[in-house]
Write a protein that binds this ligand. Structure first.
Ligand SMILES: Cc1cc2nc3c(=O)[nH]c(=O)nc-3n(C[C@H](O)[C@H](O)[C@H](O)COP(=O)(O)OP(=O)(O)OC[C@H]3O[C@@H](n4cnc5c(N)ncnc54)[C@H](O)[C@@H]3O)c2cc1C
Ligand SMILES: NC(=O)c1ccc[n+]([C@@H]2O[C@H](COP(=O)([O-])OP(=O)(O)OC[C@H]3O[C@@H](n4cnc5c(N)ncnc54)[C@H](O)[C@@H]3O)[C@@H](O)[C@H]2O)c1
Length: 472
């Protein structure tokens, strides 16, 4: 058994673990990194990257079939599903070197390709090595949740870990779960020529603003996706090519393939957390505001910490704990400035509170400013006018922003800057945007906030009247 002593042991080489390892080693710490499966974790291999690449294939096909509005004849796209998957894997391969073992070893990290398991509160066993570390970071991510639905074990089904390897186009894809995974995959597949039925137990895109989510669902339905809400899958039967899903209310859905997209479970099984005195909650590892577990020497970040499950959150967590581990400085993770986006068409993005949450928290002190995309000249030119932005504002500062429409995921970046720096809407309205850009909607929503104050305000009108009379 090899005995290794290090400053920092990172368990899991996904978005969070890699950020900690690269940051810490480049600032002078001794770092050991464990990875039991693929370098790059979920995001690179089974998540963000392949899903966005497949969405890009779908977008190309959709563009060919809907170009006549620009004066270019529509054509029926000739989709080669296997070639679309080659594109997906080529995109992964282009990004992979950044997350590779070679790159991290080049930075000075000792990389061990084994699963780690605690044997004491400061020691982890991985293959033939026992690593003793001053601080340990658990960044083991999450896996697809596969609920015990009767019959599921007896039918072939896909998850995000297998669907990107399918090379024959499904005739009819049943998707259980209308969250971000379900709705992104639904649209990518319908655009590549697969029939799609989404079976959602509650409300599809239920974590998002209902008005914005409705616009996304309406668009997908118009493209032919069948979205059945309030349909909790209770029983599954059939064989590959002929699968049936029975919902709690008796509805039956038939398709050729099945994708399970009903949420995530934290990867904690292999960690032997009890040996290190680390407690868990229903959603993952229990952490405090500074992402410390119940063992003060051990941190948990990213999906395994059970909060918001996004790559940028895992990266943000890495920054928070590096500050505390390397410099001993107090550092806390917050969620109020964390955006998220769902890359459907139209895209759906959110930061801070939704309208409903803001009303609940702030009551009548909260005002909603709104700007519809059909007033933006660039979006008119691009024929992408479906969508809106609304900002929830308290005492002149945004507490939340919802954007649905073309490039919503890009537009929300700006509000992250505004909210993390606690900027006021007056500062937003002071900026100048080049014309004609989609980004003008960000300034125009600030304009919408000030319009009634300026243009419908009798005091302003009186003051302007007086000045006009007396100033030469
Ligand atoms: C289909 C899909 C699409 C997504 N799209 C987006 C998106 O567009 N934008 C976005 O922000 N997020 C997206 N996500 C979420 C994103 O992938 C995750 O939030 C992110 O990968 C979490 O990073 P992480 O470091 O916590 O975990 P991971 O990236 O999952 O990495 C954890 C790593 O730890 C390893 N591991 C587990 N246990 C052990 C152990 N005991 N020892 C050693 N290694 C271990 C695993 O093999 C894995 O490589 C998507 C997810 C899915 C499934
Ligand atoms: N664009 C992005 O950033 C992006 C994209 C994909 C995934 N993700 C991340 O991955 C996480 C997981 O995504 P997800 O879509 O799997 O999970 P989710 O929890 O967001 O949605 C799962 C859906 O499945 C439904 N459901 C659960 N059991 C069901 C049943 N028996 N029958 C029918 N419906 C059922 C739930 O009501 C819910 O709407 C997301 O929360 C997000 O953090 C992010």
């Amino acid at each position: 058994m090899e005995q290794i002593k290090t400053d920092i042991l990172v368990i899991g080489a996904g978005s969070g673990g890699l950020s900690v390892a690269s940051g810490a080693v480049q600032m002078g710490a001794d770092v050991v990194l464990l990875e039991g499966h693929k370098m790059g974790g979920d995001c690179l291999n089974f998540g963000c990257v392949p899903s966005k690449a497949l969405i890009a294939s779908g977008k190309a096909a959709y563009g060919q079939a809907h170009s006549d509005v620009y004066g270019v004849a529509n054509v029926v796209p000739q989709v080669d599903y296997a070639a679309a998957k080659d594109h997906v894997h080529d995109v992964i391969a282009q990004i992979a070197p950044v997350d590779s073992q070679e790159r991290f070893e080049g930075l000075g990290v000792r990389v061990i390709r084994e699963y780690g398991s605690f044997i004491s509160d400061t020691q982890v066993k991985a293959g033939d090595a026992v690593i003793t570390a001053r601080r340990i970071v658990i960044a083991t991510g999450s896996s697809p949740l596969v609920p015990p639905i009767p019959g599921l074990d007896d039918v072939p089904y896909e998850t995000n870990e297998t669907v990107f390897d399918l090379r024959t186009r499904p005739d009819h894809l049943l998707i259980i779960g209308g969250g971000p995974i379900g709705m992104e995959m639904a649209q990518a597949h319908i655009r590549l020529g697969t029939k799609v039925t989404v079976i959602e137990g509650d409300r599809a895109l239920g974590k998002d603003d209902p008005e914005a989510a409705a616009l996304v669902l309406e668009s997908q339905r118009a493209e032919g996706v069948i979205i059945e809400e309030g349909a909790k899958a209770e029983k599954i039967s059939g064989t590959g090519g002929a699968i049936e899903v029975l919902a709690a209310d008796g509805r039956v859905f038939k398709g050729s393939h099945l994708l399970m997209a009903v949420g995530r479970k934290s990867n904690i099984d292999k960690l032997n957390l009890d040996a290190a005195g680390i407690e868990t909650t229903k959603t993952g590892i229990k952490v405090d505001d500074s992402l410390r577990t119940t063992n003060r020497k051990v941190y948990a970040i990213g999906d395994v910490a059970g909060g918001m499950q996004f790559t940028h959150v895992a990266g943000y967590h890495a920054g928070v704990i590096i500050r505390s581990i390397l410099f001993g400085l107090p550092s806390k993770a917050s969620t109020s400035h964390i955006p998220w986006a769902t890359y459907t068409d139209p895209e759906l993005a959110q930061i801070g509170l939704t309208e409903e949450q803001a009303r609940e928290e702030h009551g009548d002190r909260m005002e909603v400013a709104r700007f519809d995309f059909h007033h933006n000249d660039r979006l008119i030119a691009e024929r992408k006018t479906k969508g809106f932005i609304k900002a929830m504002i308290v005492k002149g500062r945004p507490v939340g922003v919802t954007i649905v429409g073309h490039q919503a995921g890009e537009l929300i970046n700006f509000w992250s800057l505004v909210m993390v720096n606690k900027l006021k809407m007056s500062q937003v309205s002071a900026m100048v945007s080049p014309y004609p850009t989609v980004t003008e909607v960000n300034k125009r929503v600030a304009g919408a906030y000030f319009t009634p104050r300026l243009f419908e305000n009798p005091t302003v009108k009186r003051v302007v009247g007086l000045i006009q009379r007396f100033v030469p």
